[in-house]
Design a protein around this ligand. Sequence first.
Ligand SMILES: *Cc1c(COP(=O)(O)O)cnc(C)c1O
Length: 401
Amino acid sequence: MNTEEIISMSEKYLMYNYGRIPLAPVKGKGAVMWDAEGNEYLDFVGGIAVNSLGHCHPAVVDAVTRQVQKMLHCSNLYYIEAQALLARLLAENSAMDRAFFCNSGAEANEAAIKLARKYAKKKYGRGKVEIVTTLNSFHGRTLATITATGQPKYQEGFEPLPGGFKYVPFNDLDALEQAVGPATCAVMLEPVQGEGGVYPASRYYLEGAQMLCREHGALLIFDEVQTGIGRTGRFLACQHYGVEPDILTLAKALGGGLPIGAMLAAKEAATTFRPGDHASTFGGNPLACAAALAVVEEMLSHGVVENAASVGAYLYDRLNRLAGKYDYVREVRGLGLLLGMELAVAGGDIVKGCLEQGLLINCVNNRVLRFIPPLIISRSDVDRAVEILDGVMFEFRPEKK
Ligand SMILES: *Cc1c(COP(=O)(O)O)cnc(C)c1O
C-alpha cells in the first residue's frame, strides 16, 4: 500500500483515539525511518523513547530471530529461562531484588500500586491505602493509572475513578510533607516528568521524598517507564540522584520495540506477593524477554548509556544556542537524551514543519518540543536535526506573523 492508502484505510477502520500525524513509516534502520514512497525521516521520537537502540538493531534482531524459532509463548505456570536471566540482569544493575514482568508501562505501574497496597495491608493493617502522586505526572491509561496521573485531561469522562489518590505539585517538598501521613502507603514519582513536559526532579526533592516515606512507613515508587534503560545517560535516572526507591517500574525501551514492562522491588516489598496475588498471561513471555536481554546487554556493554550522556549534553548545548537565537524559546531542560524545549507558543506548527523537512520530533503539553531520539545517535545526527529545526524555527518565529 502507499501512504495515502494506509492513511485512508486507517481512518475508516481504526478508532479515533490518536491524533495521528500524516506519516506511515514502513521501515527503519538505526535513527532513520522510511515511508512507502521511500522518503527518509530522521527519527528523534524513537517510538516515544522505545527504540533506544534504533530501528532493527542487529543484537535485537538476532535474539528475536533465534527465540522465534525456539518458542514464542510459555505460561507463567512454568519456569522461563529468559525471564530468570532478565530478572537477574535487572537486579544486578539496580538496587532492586526481584521482578514481575508485564506488557506495558501502565501495567507495570498498576502492579506497583497493587504491591504497595498489599504491602501496607499486610504490614500495618487497614487504612494505609493512600498513594501520593504529582501534578503534571503521567503513569498510564488504565483506570488506576489515569487516576495516579495528576492531569485532569486524562481522567475527564472516565469517572468514577478508583479512590485513594492525592496530588501535590512536583518538586515542592513542603507540599509533599503536608500530603504524606499515616494513611500514605506510597509516593509515586517520575525522576524526570516526561509526558508532562520534561521536568527533572531536584536531588533535594527526591532525597526528601525518600526521607518522608521512611518516616511514615510508605513505599517510594519511581516510575522509570520513560527515564529507565539508559535514556537519561545513566542506566536508571535515579542513579543520577543517588536515591533508591522501594519499587521501580520500567517499560518503553526495555524490549527494544517488543512489548514488555517490569515492576521491580527491593527488600521486604519484593516478597509481598504470594501465588494468586497478581498475574499476566503474556507478561515476561520468552520472546519479549529474549529481546529485553539483548537490549540491556547491548546497552551496558557497548557504551550506549555513555553515548546517551555525551550526545545528550551536545544536543542540550545546541538547543540552548537555538534558545539564544529565538526569543520565543522559554527554556531548554532535561537529562541525557530526554530533552525538552519549552516555547512561549504552541509547538504544533514546528513539529509539522520539521516533518516536512524529514525530521521527526514531538510536542508535549502543547508548548514543549520533546527530543527522545535513539541512544545510538551521533553528533552528526544531532547537527542534521538542529539544522532542520533551526530553519523551521526561523520560518515559524511568531514575530514574523
Ligand atoms: C509511557 C509512560 C507510561 C505508560 O506506558 P504504556 O506502555 O503506554 O502503558 C507510564 N509512565 C510513564 C512515565 C510513561 O512515560
